[in-house]
Design a protein around this ligand. Structure first.
Ligand SMILES: NC(=O)c1ccc[n+]([C@@H]2O[C@H](COP(=O)([O-])OP(=O)(O)OC[C@H]3O[C@@H](n4cnc5c(N)ncnc54)[C@H](O)[C@@H]3O)[C@@H](O)[C@H]2O)c1
Length: 452
């Protein structure tokens, strides 16, 4: 499908001021909060909307648990500064926020409980926006969606609620989000992005708004559906690529070869880019991708055997980790109920506080369900989980298996004190390659090492 660059896109007619001076952002989560603050830092006035009173109150008090920073300043410092300047206003009142803004950005996602997309939260946000929409405003859906959502759900809801027509009375566009948590501020600026509108003008107006923050190329796609599909394609590609290295890891384990050495060697090829294996795939994006693609594939009568197989491979990895941990406990002559499991890292990947659908959480739950005692240390993840340990040492103390499931700032793998505190003959089950260079030290301490 031809895609023209932003530079070639038709410019908006007339002298309408570029949108994005006043922005209402719906959803103040991992994407919405740093995006709001990025607009605010560029001088926009941003009304941040969420449905969680506790979150809005926390933000009003200048608090955020997100692990984001920009140019050496943490997100809380940026939040307080922009709030004091009056450029970031968190609110529960979506209709009021829309009434203040020239541009509305919706970063509310589509969860997939039990494998079926739940449009409830997004629909609620669209209804609020539609109910307050004015002529001339720009609405941008900036979330990962089931392809077809912008035209088939967003447009009818917004039009019915407002009595206005998309592409005529107001502009409607889709812009996939590509940031990685922990690098959000940087990547809003530097990551090339894609935008598509229900009309050329909608695409262009949305591009102008996004360009207030994004300095990288903004590709203007011809079709909204192509832009929506491109985001799902990015995510299924990661799912498949991760499944490849998980399978490779099993082969290497059987053959007594270090999979990370194999990957490093293969990646010296200029056109090869194997990813790192780990304890599974979590978070809100990659595991959902197949579920987002299925409805459209079914509609056009296409099956997805490769993608289904990759998803299943990745879904089973946490079970494999649990199996290895329990097998070691049995080798020590213990029942699972007599065992202690220490976990470092509960986040869904390294260096984030995001524990949604985290494979590490799943592993912790399954080990606890086996009857064993589980203590988990993760300085980034909110401590309201059932296994809190305050320090790495506390998690490790007396553990028969120490599982490294996610790396975080402040975890010191060279520190021998927690290792010396493990139970005699304990297993260090390393899913992140954190102890790769320290295997001899582990052996000298009488510890067994297993790595994915
Ligand atoms: N987290 C990432 O790194 C990332 C990266 C790329 C794309 N995405 C996509 O971006 C979207 C948002 O992801 P996220 O991680 O920020 O999700 P999130 O769950 O952290 O944030 C969503 C927020 O929306 C709020 N919300 C729900 N219903 C609402 C409503 N009716 N009105 C206003 N707010 C409402 C929720 O309370 C929540 O705070 C998803 O589609 C996701 O797949 C996320």
């Amino acid at each position: 499908m031809p895609v023209e660059t932003a530079a070639q896109a038709p410019s908006t007619a007339v002298d309408a001021p570029a949108p994005g001076a006043t922005v209402a952002v719906f959803g103040l989560g991992f994407v919405g909060l740093p995006l709001s603050l990025s607009f605010a830092m560029e001088g926009s006035t941003v009304y941040g909307v969420d449905v969680l009173p506790g979150l809005v109150e926390e933000l009003r008090q200048g608090r955020s648990l997100h692990q984001e920073s920009y140019q050496g300043r943490g997100i809380e410092e940026i939040l307080r500064e922009q709030s004091e300047l009056g450029r970031f206003v968190p609110t529960l009142d979506g209709a009021w926020a829309v009434s203040q803004a020239d541009t509305v950005i919706i970063t509310v996602g589509i969860p997939v409980p039990g494998g079926k997309p739940d449009f409830g939260p997004l629909t609620a946000a669209l209804e609020t926006v539609g109910g307050a929409l004015r002529r001339g405003q720009v609405v941008i859906l900036r979330a990962t969606v089931v392809p077809g959502t912008t035209e088939e759900r967003a447009r009818p809801i917004l039009e019915a609620r407002s009595g206005l027509v998309a592409g005529v009375d107001f502009d409607l566009a889709y812009c996939p989000e590509r940031i990685a948590e922990g690098r959000a501020f940087e990547e809003f600026r530097t990551m090339p992005t894609v935008v598509a509108g229900v009309t050329r003008q909608s695409a262009e107006r949305a591009r102008q708004a996004i360009a207030r923050v994004t300095r990288a190329p903004i590709e203007v796609a011809d079709h909204v559906l192509a832009a929506e599909l491109s985001k799902v394609a990015e995510n299924v590609q990661r799912d498949v690529n991760i499944a490849i290295v998980q399978e490779l890891a099993r082969v290497c384990e059987g053959a007594g070869v270090d999979v990370r050495e194999v990957i490093a060697l293969a990646n010296t090829h200029k056109r090869v880019r194997l990813l790192d294996p780990g304890p599974g795939v979590g978070g809100y994006c990659v595991p959902y991708a197949l579920h987002y693609l299925r409805p459209l594939a079914a509609r056009v009568g296409v099956s997805l055997p490769t993608l289904e197989a990759a998803r299943e491979t990745n879904r089973r990895v946490p079970d494999r980790v649990v199996e290895v941990a329990l097998a070691h406990v049995r080798r020590l002559g213990l029942s699972p109920a007599q065992a202690r499991f220490g976990i470092w890292g509960l986040a869904m990947k390294d260096y984030t506080n995001d524990d949604r659908f985290s494979p590490a959480m799943e592993i912790a739950r399954k080990l606890a369900a086996s009857g064993g005692e589980v203590r988990a240390f993760d300085p980034a993840v909110h401590p309201d989980h059932p296994y809190p340990a305050q320090t790495a040492l506390e998690a490790a103390e007396g553990a028969h298996v120490l599982l490294v499931l996610a790396r975080q700032e402040g975890m010191d793998f060279a520190d021998e004190a927690p290792l010396a505190a493990l139970a005699p003959g304990a297993l260090v089950l390393d899913t992140r390659g954190a102890y790769r260079g320290l295997r001899e030290r582990l052996a000298a301490l009488g510890l067994t090492y297993w790595s994915i």
